[in-house]
Design a protein around this ligand. Structure first.
Ligand code: HEM
Length: 292
């Protein structure tokens, strides 16, 4: 515990060197005490993650960080819920993420990715994270709403998603300041922002329902989804799930892409292999589309 609080300023500035040192000293999985009776397990062991999240997931519950802290901004969707509510939502939404359904989103995703990659200036040094960040957000937005959403709304939704996420990170890195964040109204400012995002999404959902147009995007799939009793999600639940897809699919993907780019830059052999594999996949895709 002393270790965590003794390093608080360092962790706040950049937690990665602190975690890296711990991994080097303590091994690929270790426990850090952060308060009386509470601790966090850190792991960079893929087998451990698979054991907890997949093989033995029944024995693990989500942390209050998800079910309370994240939920206060994003509501009660897949990522933030547990038990019967989670099971019901998962059964409802899972089919929308089946390969056959996702194939229908490929064109929108492809266009979103190409548009972002085209913005990269070659022959100059750039920070790749903002590009991958926009790329990940645009891909999620276009998968959900195809082209039925204006740039102004996209920018506002991205601003709000990122602001809420940064606030969460502050709350997690400085749990001892929770009272201060509440007292000064910073938490309220962010819940107000997520309410504004809900209003934008509500408008988009209503417009889609009234238009009678089928876009075959993720929104259509979520609107089509039915519980066992034949009913659909109500608007509030639908909007919670959309907000969660924005958040869960955004920074995770941009962080992963950024680290991948850094690793590939350092390992040209691996870079060649990836390029070769991408070329092959491209050719396969072409022949698949030609057949269709
Ligand atoms: C490299 C990128 C990603 C990483 C590293 C990642 C990581 C994770 C992890 C570790 C969990 C489990 C959390 C837990 O149960 O405690 C999770 C859940 C989830 N992720 Fe991702 N994710 C990524 C991309 C995405 C994308 C692109 C989406 C959607 C657009 C997404 C949506 C979700 C949802 C909805 C859940 C909750 C699932 C449930 O509880 O049933 N994620 N993710």
């Amino acid at each position: 515990m002393l270790k965590f609080y003794g390093n608080a300023a360092r962790i706040l500035k950049n937690p990665l060197p602190f975690h890296h040192e711990n991994f080097e000293k303590l091994g690929d999985t270790f426990r850090l005490k952060i308060g009386l009776g509470s601790s966090v397990v850190f792991s960079r062991d893929a087998g451990f993650a698979q054991y907890v999240l997949q093989k033995n997931q029944k024995n693990y519950t989500k942390s209050p960080i998800q079910t309370e802290e994240v939920a206060k901004y994003l509501g009660k969707g897949l990522l933030t819920s547990e038990g019967e509510h989670w099971r019901r939502q998962r059964k409802l939404i899972q089919p929308a993420f089946h390969k056959k359904q996702l194939i229908q989103l490929l064109d929108s995703m492809d266009a979103a990715i190409k548009a972002e990659l085209n913005k990269i200036e070659t022959d100059s040094q750039i920070d790749i994270f903002p590009t991958f960040n926009d790329l990940a957000f645009q891909t999620v937005v276009k998968s959900l709403f195809s082209s039925a959403v204006g740039q102004k709304e996209i920018d506002r939704l991205q601003y709000i998603t990122e602001a809420a996420q940064q606030m969460l990170v502050r709350e997690l890195r400085q749990p001892y300041l929770g009272w201060w964040f509440s007292l000064t109204g910073i938490v309220k400012k962010h819940t107000d922002l997520t309410d504004e995002a809900r209003a934008i999404l509500q408008d988009l959902v209503e417009k889609r329902k009234q238009s009678g147009i089928r876009e075959n995007d993720l929104l259509d799939m979520l609107l089509d989804a039915r519980y066992d009793d034949g009913t659909a999600m109500d608007n509030k639940q639908l909007i919670d799930e959309i907000l969660i897809l924005f958040t869960a699919g955004h920074e995770t993907t941009s962080n992963a892409l950024t680290f991948i780019a850094q690793l590939l830059a350092r390992h040209p052999d691996a870079q060649d292999k990836v390029a070769e594999e991408a070329d092959k996949a491209n050719k396969l895709n072409l022949s698949l589309f030609e057949k269709i």
